[in-house]
Design a protein around this ligand. Structure first.
Ligand SMILES: [Mn+2]
Length: 312
């Protein structure tokens, strides 16, 4: 007899706050595989909406009360990325690909944890379908492909692994996507259309809280093919950052990520935040902020030096 992962049918598959395509599609595909309900903890971004519409997959239900509920956490492992009630949930499993740092979902008893060094949580979920010999429908292949292409920016980020590439190719075939690059570009275009959002919404669209000891920071990221249109709103975005900082934060950071050049400019809410950035990255502030060439990933490029700075 060998270990077989299974969950009760009332399990909630929960992605992180400020949902992105990878966490949403991981929750959908995992709930489809094991049975249960996919959950989002916020409004979907335009890229995720595009992917779900493309494969005619229903948007998951919103939920942020997890007290006493059976929960499978996907695409995050820190309490700071979930609603506060998650500490009262009965967490059954954590399936993720992020660094284990502070504020881990510690539990009283043993739980199933599967953390892999791949570039997308959807890669892990797709691998479970293969391991469990469950046929992947065209719809599920499409959403999982969407998650992988989102987190890897079309398989281009340096931390993309061969497993991500191999699984993406298999999913593309099942989903009937002839050109992975073409589909990835459509996703990037959908993600880059931020015309309907206010500056505060842009700041909070892909925004995560981090706690390093006594320090709490917020870190927003905006990835766009049309980053100049976002930079044009820098004054309003800065005002929104100052507003966020009043909510009990020690610092607020925001990265303007240019998907054309693959460079980023990271800004702080005020001079104190900029001083942290200059020290953490060893780069002097320019007109807009701290320019990081060839660095675009919050998980791999932005958070490690900031974490090191605060934990030093
Ligand atoms: Mn992810």
């Amino acid at each position: 007899m060998s270990f077989q992962l299974s969950f009760p049918s009332n399990a909630l598959f929960v992605g992180h706050k400020n949902p992105d395509t990878d966490c949403t599609c991981s929750a959908i595909a995992a709930a489809n595989l094991w049975g249960g309900t996919p959950i989002i903890q916020g409004e979907l971004n335009p890229e995720t909406e595009f992917v779900l519409a493309q494969f005619k997959v229903q948007k998951p239900a919103f939920e942020d009360n997890f007290a006493g509920k059976d929960v499978v956490i996907v695409d995050h492992n820190q309490t700071t990325q979930s609603a506060p009630s998650v500490v009262e949930a009965n967490i059954l499993s954590i399936i993720d690909h992020h660094a284990v740092q502070d504020n881990f979902f510690f539990q009283k008893g043993p739980i199933h944890i599967d953390m892999r060094t791949v570039a997308s949580c959807c890669t892990i979920i797709a691998d479970y379908y293969k391991e469990m010999n469950v046929e992947i429908s065209a719809q599920m292949a499409g959403v999982m492909l969407g998650g992988i292409l989102s987190d890897t920016l079309g398989l281009t980020v340096p931390h993309t692994t061969d497993i991500d590439r191999e699984i993406a190719a298999q999913l593309a075939e099942i989903a009937g996507i002839d050109s992975v690059e073409g589909f990835a570009n459509e996703m990037l275009a959908a993600k880059s259309d931020l015309s309907k959002y206010t500056a505060a919404e842009i700041l909070n669209l892909d925004y995560k809280d981090f706690i390093f000891g006594d320090i709490k920071i917020g870190f927003g990221v905006c990835e766009s093919l049309l980053i100049d249109k976002v930079i044009a709103k820098q004054e309003e975005i800065n005002a929104a950052m100052i507003e966020n900082k009043k909510g009990g934060y020690d610092a607020i950071f925001f990265a303007y990520v240019d998907l054309v050049t693959k460079n980023s400019v990271v800004v702080g809410a005020d001079d104190a935040d900029f001083a942290v950035l200059e020290e953490a990255f060893g780069v002097a502030k320019g007109d807009l902020g701290v320019t990081l060439e060839g660095k675009i990933s919050r998980k791999n490029d932005f958070i490690p030096p900031v974490s090191e700075h605060y934990n030093a």
